[in-house]
Write a protein that binds this ligand. Structure first.
Ligand code: SAM
Length: 441
């Protein structure tokens, strides 16, 4: 029989249940920084008690729901007053500097400038409660050490280097604008708006903004003005397995998110940042999602060329057909085997001299001959095996580096997770190629 515990007893019991849901989530709502943030948001019209900040063992900090959500339900609604947009920058002390600067700065640099200036202002900042909960460091490729970038698979490694160049150039090209702000600061602006500060602000915007289209303003360059920082809402982590609808509601003047899936009480509430594979997640957000259904392993043109027959007289013609038909990039192995694009490229490369006239049929997906099918699957298996070996080699290297270099552990763990996911995908893919081969031989 259930004991009648009374109100206090029931409360105590609830608290007990609450703190023992599982060791993999720890409620953070009692922490001063979140209390201050909630108070600050309340003053701006946001008062939500359904979502609380928590630390999760697998995804880090996120939001946990204190009530179950049904599919289609509104999970969060953040008033316009809480959003940080270029409109916020223009109506601030920075507005007149932005408005008179020629050539106009981009919406992105305006937001970066505001974030850096507000972080620098510390106690004086009206945005302090928000700035205080922003991550201090990021793991987007631009923040990774060069030796870590070298461990990334292609094409992510190349994109990581491009990202670094973009941020470095952004810093150089913004220096004169930053100097125009000198009268606002007692310190030298070069110190305030240094490279690390810009990198932090750039990552904050890249990893945390929601899409919100603003009309083009004369005082900004023509780059799209589509960013909004949404305090609290930006504590929601990503899952590739949920679907949400997110947009600014012109009628309620709130940024709203509705979930398309049911979510149980006291679980982490996820949104979906997009159908991104792990390389894209790491590039844009600095993390990877385990068991990501969108993940694939890329076969670079260099690897394809290593396996394209050097002695084949039609090799050059075949390569130019591949280039002309955009079949030289985005060739992948996935959990369901080699992609159609990869198999088509291989079938074309494997056409015998007597079959070459049928190359258009290959592009249309036709089967040319059993010999061609077998040859292309054999090469797919060889490429897959060589990628497995490469991945294992990098994993061994990471293992060694982790032992030798404790201060890079976070970055190493991230690349390790990516490489381990890749290994699973490649091993699954190889099994599928072997089955396909067994079925035709
Ligand atoms: C919009 S923020 C979400 C809140 C963030 N976890 C925080 O503590 O501020 C996006 C960042 O959260 C992290 N993140 C999002 N989803 C994640 C997931 N499923 N697993 C691990 N980290 C995730 C990544 O660092 C990403 O750049």
């Amino acid at each position: 029989m259930q004991k009648n515990r009374g109100r206090t007893g029931r409360k105590r019991q609830r608290r007990k249940q609450y703190s023992s849901f599982s060791s993999n989530r720890v409620n953070q709502s009692h922490k001063l920084e979140y209390i201050c943030l909630k108070k600050w948001l309340k003053e701006r019209g946001f008062n939500d008690s359904n979502l609380i900040p928590a630390q999760f063992s697998d995804t880090g900090r996120g939001l946990m729901n204190t009530k179950a959500f049904k599919a289609g339900e509104l999970i969060i609604s953040l008033p316009e007053k809480c959003l940080l947009t270029t409109g916020t920058v223009l109506s601030s002390y920075l507005g007149e500097y932005v408005a008179k600067w020629k050539p106009p700065i981009s919406p992105l640099i305006a937001l970066c400038t505001f974030l850096i200036a507000e972080r620098h202002a510390g106690e004086q900042s009206a945005w302090k409660p928000y700035i205080d909960v922003l991550p201090k460091t990021y793991t987007c490729p631009v923040c990774l050490e060069e030796e870590i970038v070298r461990l990334l698979p292609e094409p992510l490694r190349r994109k990581a280097q491009e990202q670094r160049t973009v941020v470095q150039e952004l810093h150089i090209s913004s220096k004169t604008f930053f100097s125009s702000l000198q009268s606002l600061f007692t310190e030298n602006v070069e110190t305030v708006f240094n490279y690390n500060a810009l990198q932090w602000a750039w990552c904050t915007i890249n990893t945390r903004t929601v899409y919100m289209k603003h009309s083009q303003r004369e005082c900004f360059s023509r780059e799209p003005d589509v960013y909004a920082l949404a305090p609290y809402l930006d504590l929601l982590n990503h899952s590739p397995n949920v679907q949400v609808k997110a947009a600014f509601n012109e009628r309620t003047r709130c940024y709203e998110i509705r979930t398309d899936s049911h979510c149980r009480r006291h679980e982490e509430l996820f949104i979906c940042y997009g159908p991104h594979d792990n390389q894209r997640l790491l590039l844009e957000y600095g993390f990877i999602a385990t068991n990501n259904p969108h993940s694939e392993v890329y076969v670079s043109a260099a690897i394809l060329l290593q396996h394209a027959f050097l002695a084949d007289k039609q090799r050059n013609m075949k390569l130019s057909i591949l280039k002309d038909h955009d079949l030289f990039e985005n060739l992948t192995f996935g959990r369901d085997g080699p992609s159609w694009r990869l198999l088509t490229a291989l079938k074309l490369l494997c056409l015998g001299a007597d079959e070459f006239t049928y190359w258009k049929k290959v592009l249309l997906g036709d089967i040319i001959s059993a010999r061609n099918e077998e040859k292309s699957l054999n090469i797919a298996a060889k490429i897959c095996l060589s990628l497995i070996e490469d991945t294992q080699h990098v994993l061994e290297k990471i293992f060694q580096m982790k032992k030798d270099n404790m201060n890079l552990e976070n970055q190493l763990t991230l690349v390790e997770a990516l490489r381990l996911e890749d290994l699973t995908i490649l091993q699954t893919s190889l099994g599928i190629v072997h089955n396909l081969l067994a079925a035709i031989t």
